[in-house]
Design a protein around this ligand. Structure first.
Ligand code: PEP
Ligand code: MG
Length: 316
């Protein structure tokens, strides 16, 4: 009831002047689907598939097990969009059969797509399971790879998707600064981008996301991060492709307005944040969001950026 009482708390995401901003849910498995549907998510912008693999860290789950889990999620969003991220093992999510145990810097090590390219059978089985799970469903399935650094990574992932006979659209996460810097070349290989601002912040500021003492350097409001978001969104727009945000940044209502102003095309977040972000967007025009974004980028710190955006959005 409290959520329903929020202004503009139902319906699709949009600014007050009707610029559409699809609001999608981040989910970690079928158990999160009900909350996403209840919050009015227009689909899933990040389905983290690690849960399936963490149950038994010695081997990958069978294709059949994967098909059942994926189908449960895909069936919940009949005509919606569901973006599935292939396994992101390593660093904070180590798996015995994939992750080297002796890395000096696991966050800079063999993780995400890097692990999958070393174990192509794991990627192949996951992509085949997704192809089977989506067969015959009206869902708009999109599949993306984590920890993509450059065009060669994007090409390797695209080839694996084609070889697995996946009819879905495939894309990559932008969570390594090199991918944002070279977004234009990466888009020669794939159909969309999705900004993982948690890792993008970690790698931009060289501050481990698991080290609490570095929290000052993990703030997505920092103009350095906003610049990388803008760069990625501009590259996607120039190619008529989408560039969403699926990191924690999307769940901050004020920052969601700034991200909209920077040109991102969808926002994906934990279900609980969706009504608040929807309400914030509904209060401002796209032009106001763009002015807030420009004001934030003109500052030199996360704190100043937030204050500048706040001033623009509350002063009008
Ligand atoms: C991110 O890095 O922003 C992201 C969405 O992925 P994860 O948090 O699962 O690493
Ligand atoms: Mg990440």
């Amino acid at each position: 009831a409290r959520r329903a009482a929020l202004a503009g708390a139902t319906g699709p995401g949009a600014t007050s002047d009707g610029h559409r901003m699809p609001l999608l849910a981040n989910i970690g498995g079928p158990a999160d689907v009900a909350a996403a549907v209840e919050a009015g998510a227009e689909g899933v912008g990040l389905f983290r598939t690690e849960f399936l693999f963490l149950e038994d860290s010695a081997r990958a789950p069978s294709v059949e097990t994967q098909v059942a889990a994926y189908r449960e999620v895909l069936e919940a969003f009949p005509r919606g969009r569901v973006v599935v991220r292939v396994l992101d093992a390593g660093a904070d999510k180590p798996l015995d059969f994939l992750t080297p145990g002796d890395e000096p810097n696991p966050a800079l090590g063999v993780r995400g797509l890097r692990s999958l390219l070393k174990h192509p059978e794991v990627l192949r089985d996951q992509l085949r399971a997704l192809a089977q799970a989506s067969a015959g469903l009206p869902v708009h399935l999109e599949v993306m790879a984590p920890m993509v650094a450059d065009r060669a990574d994007a090409r390797a992932f695209a080839e694996a998707c084609r070889e697995a006979g996946l009819a879905a659209k495939f894309g990559v996460m932008v969570e390594v600064p090199s991918a944002a810097l070279r977004a234009r070349s990466i888009l020669q290989e794939v159909g969309f981008l999705s900004l993982g601002t948690n890792d993008l912040a970690q790698y931009t500021f060289a501050a481990d996301r698991q080290v609490g003492a570095l929290s000052r350097l993990q703030n997505p409001w920092h103009p350095a991060l906003l610049d990388l978001v803008a760069m990625s969104a501009e590259a996607a727009a120039a190619d008529s492709k989408s560039c969403g945000v699926c990191g924690e940044a999307a769940s901050d209502p004020l920052l969601a307005c700034v991200l909209t102003g920077l040109g991102v095309t969808s926002l994906s977040m934990g279900a609980a944040a969706i009504p608040y972000v929807r309400a914030a967007l509904a209060k401002h025009t796209l032009a106001q969001c763009e002015r807030a974004a420009a004001a934030a980028r003109a500052t030199d710190s996360a704190e100043e950026a937030r204050r500048a955006a706040q001033a623009v959005l509350s002063g009008e």
